[in-house]
Design a protein around this ligand. Structure first.
Ligand code: HEM
Length: 384
């Protein structure tokens, strides 16, 4: 994909694919222009979606990412009351503890799977705790995270055979929905200072979230929050594995970790592209786009636009400034960015502190075009 993106971007920042009728954006300034104009470039694809199956809960229905203004602004204000950067800041100690426990569980093995042992469980545990899911239900919650993912990927689900894990996918999703509903109802009776409690209490201009919206948003957070952060951590170790000199720089100066994370985000964005749909004709980079067209925004390409990033192909943990588009731009800018940044910085620091030497084994990549990252990454380590 990278070679194709580079060739396309070198040819033109915008390309009309005449076979499908879609438009592809490769340039950074052009993508900023598009993402800054949600009235023209809509996120609402409901008109094109197949009719929903009434038997399967649709957690994505009316979720933030697929909503346009003015509704988007109202919803975002409501959920932002619950999901604040301050809340993430308060969580830092807990994130360190959970990371420590996960690394302790590796024991004295010299080889472990970064994804299975650390990068996958960490964000799921953190988001479960944020929502206020009891620790005893953690495994169930983790299973549901996998189940949500299996929507688009053939993950093996329902194989654990324990109570609560049985039934087909639709039935399990209904159970998840009921479970979250029960939590929302409990908090309506008895307020609690966790994410579900805050969603229940949130109010903007007299409007409150419905039970269904709270269920959907909680499920969305579970999905949005864990796969991407897992991928980010895997991508970080891969990039470090390929650039040992940069690891030395970070080891010498751990203050570089936040910048190193930004560079990993730019260099290997977990979300490779975004879609928009034109509501009216527009001209971008001198190219006319009619109404009703799909526009594919290639984050992976914009992040390497030489007009914005010098020596864009170089992985450089000291890169400043680093205006990558990995968390999107404009009104849909990732709400979880502070959490993803905190989790990955803390986990990276813990790995570097604990192990004097880390080598990547052979990674197993996800085979989906829209995400970039590993499902498995064996690490060979030597302790400090
Ligand atoms: C939106 C990427 C982590 C919650 C987005 C969007 C992107 C993105 C690209 C915008 C989609 C668009 O413009 O159409 C990422 C990446 C992550 C990450 C790369 C990790 C490295 C998280 C986490 C959470 C989260 C940890 C929460 C637990 C959200 C939410 C939105 C969103 C709620 C919707 C915002 C809106 O539409 O207003 N994310 N995300 N994300 N993300 Fe993230």
């Amino acid at each position: 994909t990278l070679a194709w993106l580079t060739a396309k971007r070198d040819a033109a920042p915008l390309w009309h694919d005449e076979t499908t009728g879609s438009f592809h954006v490769f340039g950074h300034p052009e993508m900023i222009e598009i993402l800054s104009d949600p009235a023209t470039f809509s996120s609402d694809f409901s008109a094109m979606a197949p009719p929903p199956d009434p038997d399967v809960p649709n957690f994505m229905e009316a979720s933030l990412t697929v909503t346009d203004p003015p509704r988007h602004g109202q919803l975002r204000k409501l959920v932002s009351q619950a999901f604040t950067p301050r809340m993430v800041d308060r969580l830092r100690t807990r994130i360190s503890e959970v990371t420590g426990e996960l690394l302790d569980a590796v024991g004295d093995r010299d080889r472990f799977d970064l994804v299975g042992d650390v990068a996958y469980p960490l964000p799921v545990i953190v988001i479960a705790e944020m929502l206020g899911i009891p620790a005893a239900d953690r495994d169930l919650f983790r299973h549901w995270a996998e189940l949500l993912l299996s929507n688009s990927e053939n993950t093996q689900v329902g194989t654990l055979g324990e109570a609560g894990y049985t039934g087909d996918r639709a039935e399990q999703l209904r159970r998840m929905s009921d479970y979250l509903l029960e939590h929302a109802r409990e908090r309506r009776k008895q307020p609690r200072d966790d994410l579900i409690g805050r969603l229940v209490a949130a109010e903007v201009d007299g409007e409150r979230l419905t039970d269904q919206q709270i269920i959907n948003f909680s499920a969305f957070l579970l999905l949005a929050g864990h796969l991407t952060t897992t991928l980010l951590l895997g991508n970080a170790m891969l990039a470090f594995g390929e650039h040992p000199d940069q690891v030395t720089a970070v080891r010498d100066d751990p203050g570089l970790i936040p910048a190193a994370i930004e560079e990993v985000l730019r260099y290997r964005p977990p979300v490779v592209f975004l879609y928009r749909l034109t509501k009216q004709p527009a001209t971008i980079g001198g190219v006319e786009i009619p109404a009703g067209r799909i526009v594919v925004c290639w984050i992976m390409s914009a992040n390497r636009d030489e007009r914005v990033f010098t020596a864009a192909e170089r992985f450089d943990v000291g890169r400043q400034p680093n205006p990558h588009l990995t968390f999107s731009h404009g009104i849909h800018f990732c709400l979880g960015a502070p959490l993803a940044r905190a989790e990955s910085a803390i986990a990276l620091r813990a790995l570097l502190d604990r192990f004097a030497d880390i080598r990547c084994g052979t990674p197993v990549y996800h085979q989906k075009p829209d995400i970039f990252g590993v499902r498995e990454l064996p690490l060979d380590v030597r302790r400090a």
